[in-house]
Every structure is written in C-alpha cells, then in structure tokens.
Design a protein around this ligand. Structure first.
Ligand SMILES: [Zn+2]
Length: 451
C-alpha cells in the first residue's frame, strides 16, 4: 500500500505522510515512509493516493436482529420500547437472523467498521440462530464478537408493557443456557481468525446472582469476555438499589465480576463511587450516545471515566434505537455531548481521544489489543482508506478533527480486514447487497407488518 497518509494510532500517534505498508498473510510486516521490497514478490499494490489510511473502527455494542426495525417506535423510553421492538424480533428464524446480521454488515463495512460486538439476543437462545450470525459475519468478512445474550430473571419494573406473543421471556434454565454458551465457545471461538464468542448476560437485574457468578467462572475457564448492559436507564439504577441495597456495579464487585474481562454497555446511571471501582479493576465501558439520546436514557459520565483511566469503547447499539449503524455519528456525539454539562473546556474530550476510543478502546473491548487497535508491524491488517478529495477534508487542516467533526463515513473507499480487501472502491466484494435488501424487505413485510 503506498501514497496515502497513515494515521497509525500507535502509542505516540505517529503520522506518516506519505507512508507505505506491506501486508503478508493478513499481518503488517513492514510500515514506514518506504518499505523494503528486496526479494519480495508483491501480489497486489493498493494505491492510496490522496487517501487517509487508519485502523478500522470497532462498533463495540449492537444487536443485529434490530437491523430489521430501524426507523420505528420513536418517542419511547427503553422500558416501553423494548417489548414493542422485540415482540417480533424474538421470533426470527436462523435464516432471518442471518440476513439481519448481513444488513448491518453492509452499513458498517461501508462506513469503516472492521470489527463488531453483536450482543446477540434470541429468546429462546439457540445454537442454530447463533450459527446463523456466525456464518453471516464469516461470509461478509467482518470481524465479529458474538456475546450470547442470556437471562433467567424478570423484574416487573423492567418491563411494564405486556408482550403479546407466545414466547415467554424466560424459557430456559441456567444449566441449559450454560450448555449453549459452552457449546458455542467450543464450536466457533477463534479470535485470531475473526470470530469470537463472549458471554452476554443481558443485565444484572435480568439475571440471578447464580447466573452471574457462573459467567465469571466460564470467563476464566475459557478465557472469554463477559459483555453486559449496566445502568442504561434511571429505572435500572433504581431497580439495582431495590434489589441489592447498593449500585449494580458495587453488587458486581461483591460477586467478583469486576475484572479486565468485563465489558459494560452504557453505564449512564453509574454512581460517582463506581468510577474508581471500574478503573481499579480494569473494566471497560462501551458508550452509546446516540442510542442513549434516542431513548432519552441520559448522558453517561464519559469524561470522568476517561480521566480516571477507564477504557472507553464506542457503540451504535441496535439499529432500532439509533437508527443507524454508523460509528462516525457516534464519534461526533461523543465529543460534543459532554460540553452541555461540563463548563470547562479542559474537561472536554478531544477529537483524537474520541477516535482512539473507537479504535484502541474497541480493541481492548474485544480482548484484541495485542493484535489490533493500531497500524504497527506484527499487528493484523484491519484498516480503511478514506478519500481526502471530499468536502469533509477540503481544505485539510487536521485529519483527526475533520474525521470526527466533518466526515460522515459515507465514502470509505477501501476496507481491508485481516489482509483481505472486503470493500473496494466503495463496493462490498464479499456478498451481494441488493439480494440482502430484497430478502429482508420480504421478511419485514411478512413478519412485522403481517402482510
Ligand atoms: Zn444494547
């Protein structure tokens, strides 16, 4: 790869202008102002003339079935929105789950996402549906972490609306759920190849302590992460107080769940005393500002977490609460949102900090910081090329600033994942977008609109 400006996102944020990268078997083997090609037969030269080259973004929290429900159910808070959205989505067949995941892949790939965490909900949870999404991401060539969403408790305050469906919210026992998780890990967990399994308890108040403790044991046993929602809404924070007499984070601490392998989505209503606890135990937080605004959930204390040294990753959340899967929107909101409540500019996040959250922070949230998160020799080649011949970068003053504040992610020229070119000249190479649109439209007609 040659002639582009490389933002490496290494620890000192080295920029090479221009720079060259040599990729072999999916690994960056050389990177610099020039590379040495003596005795090397180059198979393909990518000319990145006029391009910005940077590591791909990590969408660290979404729910793929919601790709079928974008643009619906506006002006509802989470507790009213959830049963309405999921009534139909819990009924999907494996084929429908497969297509829903591909629909998300189209938007993510075309807006520069190279790795996703799909906190995958299916009730009842089953291996066929998990296999369907594993197959979708594998076929698309998008690196994916499937966090298997499970629950074994209902709190009445969590779900005030009724569900008019035959599927009860809880239909599986803890041993059944554990079997599914273990089987999925054994069948599909292969992080270096692009698919990994995580444990995905839905949220502490939707799980018994027994389930949560079991997750911690499995996490250690199989060396997999635990990804869960915590304190997304004020209602949830109040439920935690009621159930435990303390915050959800303090309760997870009592259960010994706070470790560097715990990744919490949202944390909007965590308490000030939770922040040093999270920092001390190396827990990551995945921030989803667009979803939090859409559902009126509130504003997470990201600058405070960040200054305490908590790893922050960024997510879109599901398409039914966003309504896109575009991480560039999330970048801008992440940078600007704290400015409403924090009067002093020195407490605001910089554009480069925010981009780092989506890249280096995302690598940590996928337990991949040793393999991904920067363009450096020895790391896996997940990178994107953006055209600077675009109004967002004209005139070009500061690429970090303009990536966050000016760009919308809609003209990503090239996406390379694990050394494979997945998007070439803004076209997905791995599957047929049009066919996915067609079949998902049919599904929605039948399943959701009941035609
Ligand atoms: Zn979520």
């Amino acid at each position: 790869m040659q002639n582009g400006t490389i933002l490496t996102f290494d620890s000192t944020h080295t920029v090479l202008n221009p720079g060259q990268i040599l990729i072999q078997d999916g690994i960056i083997v050389q990177l610099g102002e020039t590379v040495d090609l003596t005795n090397i037969r180059v198979e393909e030269v990518v000319d990145a003339e006029g391009g910005l080259i940077l590591p791909g973004l990590v969408n660290a929290h979404t729910h793929s079935p919601e790709n079928l429900q974008r643009g619906v159910a506006d002006r509802l808070k989470l507790e009213q929105w959830l049963p309405l959205i999921w009534r139909d989505l819990d009924q999907l067949t494996p084929r429908q789950n497969y297509l829903a995941a591909l629909l998300g892949c189209i938007e993510m790939l075309k807006t520069g996402v190279t790795s996703v965490i799909d906190h995958f909900r299916a009730i009842p949870q089953d291996l066929d549906r998990i296999e369907a999404v594993v197959n979708a991401y594998t076929m698309a060539g998008l690196r994916a972490t499937i966090a298997i969403m499970i629950r074994d408790r209902i709190h009445p305050g969590d779900l005030p609306a009724t569900r008019s469906t035959s599927t009860p919210l809880i239909s599986q026992s803890l041993p059944e759920l554990v079997d599914i998780c273990e089987e999925a890990i054994q069948r599909w967990h292969a992080p270096e190849k692009g698919i990994q399994i995580m444990l995905g308890p839905s949220a502490p108040h939707r799980c018994t302590d027994q389930l949560l403790e079991r997750m911690q044991i499995l996490s250690k046993q199989y060396q997999v992460g635990v990804h869960t929602h915590v304190d997304e809404t004020q209602v949830q924070a109040e439920i935690a107080r009621q159930l435990y007499g303390k915050s959800a984070m303090a309760h997870l601490h009592d259960l010994a769940l706070l470790t560097p392998d715990l990744f919490i989505a949202h944390g909007v209503w965590i308490e000030p005393t939770d922040i040093p606890l999270l920092a001390h135990h190396g827990v990551s937080v995945v921030h989803n500002p667009v979803s939090n605004l859409r559902l009126g959930s509130g504003v997470a204390p990201i600058p405070a977490l960040y200054t305490h040294g908590v790893n922050i990753a960024l997510g879109t959340d599901g398409a039914a609460s966003n309504d896109s899967q575009n991480l560039f929107e999330v970048l801008k909101w992440t940078a600007l949102l704290p400015r409403i409540t924090l009067p002093e500019p020195e407490n605001w996040l910089s554009a480069r900090d925010v981009l780092s959250m989506a890249i280096r922070g995302g690598a940590v949230a996928t337990r991949s910081a040793h393999r991904l998160g920067s363009l450096e020799v020895g790391k896996q080649a997940d990178l994107i090329i953006l055209d600077t011949n675009h109004y967002a970068f004209q005139p070009l003053h500061d690429p970090y600033h303009q990536l966050v504040y000016c760009y919308h992610g809609t003209t990503v020229r090239t996406v390379i994942i694990n050394g494979q070119m997945v998007v070439d000249n803004q076209r997905i190479r791995t599957f047929d977008e049009g066919a996915v649109y067609q079949e998902t439209a049919e599904i929605v007609k039948k399943l959701i609109k009941g035609e």
